[in-house]
Design a protein around this ligand. Sequence first.
Ligand SMILES: NC(=O)c1ccc[n+]([C@@H]2O[C@H](COP(=O)([O-])OP(=O)(O)OC[C@H]3O[C@@H](n4cnc5c(N)ncnc54)[C@H](OP(=O)(O)O)[C@@H]3O)[C@@H](O)[C@H]2O)c1
Length: 304
Amino acid sequence: MKTSKIGYSEVIVSKLGLGTNKVGGHNLFDNLDEKDGYDQVRAALDAGITLLDTAYVYGLGRSEEIIGEVLKEYDRSKVVIATKAAQDPANDLKLTNDPAFLTKAVDEALVRLQTDYIDIFYIHFPDEKTNKSEAVAALDKLKKAGKIRAVGVSNFSLEQLKEANRDGLVDIVEEHYNLVHREPEDRLFEYLRENNIAFVPYFPLASGLLTGKYSEADYEKFDKFSKEQFTKIIQNLVVVKDIAESHEATVLQIILAWYMKNPDIAAVIPGARNAEQVSGLVKAAEISLSESEYEKIDEAFTNR
Ligand SMILES: NC(=O)c1ccc[n+]([C@@H]2O[C@H](COP(=O)([O-])OP(=O)(O)OC[C@H]3O[C@@H](n4cnc5c(N)ncnc54)[C@H](OP(=O)(O)O)[C@@H]3O)[C@@H](O)[C@H]2O)c1
C-alpha cells in the first residue's frame, strides 16, 4: 500500500483510506446495519488500509465508538485515526471552534475511541466568531501534550485557512473534491503546496455517482445536478470504463487511482456501506495509471 506523510507531522497514512460516515452514522443515513459498520472497518484494516476517517457527528460519537471497539483487535500503532469536531452537543450541534470546546472534544473522542492519542484531528467546520489561529493554537497545545499527532481543518475558505495557518501549524486540509467538483484546485492547491499542507478530498466518488453503477435514467437520484449535467457525467464515465477494461478493473477503482496519482492529493477516503464494497475499493491502490490515461480522464472531466 502506497503511503503519504502528512504535512510537517510524523503521521504516515495509506494513500487509500476509508471514510466511515456510514459506520454507525444513523443520524445521517437510513437503514444502516451496525454489523456492516464493524465488518467494513475490519475489512479495510485486513486489506492494508491504515487511514480511518471519522467524526463526532457520524452517529454523534457512534462511529468513533465502533472504530474504538474494532481497534482493540488490531495493533493500534499501525492504524491512523482521523477524527473531527465542531458541532457542540451541549448547544444543538451549533458550530464552534472555541479553544476550550476543541480541547474537551479531543478528550471525549479519546474516550470513545478507547485510545490515548488521535493521529489527525480536524476542526470539522469553521464557526463565525473564533479567530482561526487561536483555535489551531489550542490544537497545537494538544499536539505538544501528545493527545493528537497532526492538526487539520475542514470546509475552510482560503482566508480562514490562511488565518488558521498564521503560525504554520496546520498539517492537513479536508475538502469536498472529486472529478465533478474540482473547485479546490484553483482555490486551494497552490497555497497547500507552498505551505506543505496535505490535502484529503471528501466525497471522492461523488456519493456513489462516480462508481459507474448508474445510468442516465438515474438522474433523479442525484438532485445536485440538472438532467443535462448528469447525462454529461455518465457520458464522460465511458472514457473511464474503457481504461478500466484495459486494467481489468472497475470504474471506481480507476477513479480512485486517478486521485492517488495526483501529487497534490495525500490520500483518498471513499466511504462504503459494507465489507463487500470495501473489497471493491481495495484494488484501486494497486493500479498505476499511465500519463496518457491520467490526462484522458482529466480532460474528460475538465468541463465540470
Ligand atoms: N470533512 C467533511 O466535512 C466530510 C463531509 C462528508 C464526508 N466526509 C468523509 O468522506 C468520506 C467519503 O464520503 P462518502 O462516503 O459520503 O461519499 P463517497 O466516498 O463519495 O461515496 C461513497 C459511496 O460510494 C458507493 N460505493 C463505495 N464503494 C462501492 C463499491 N465497491 N461498489 C459500489 N458502490 C460503492 C456507496 O454508495 P451506496 O451507499 O449508494 O451504495 C458509498 O456509500 C465519508 O465517509 C467521510 O469520512 C467528510
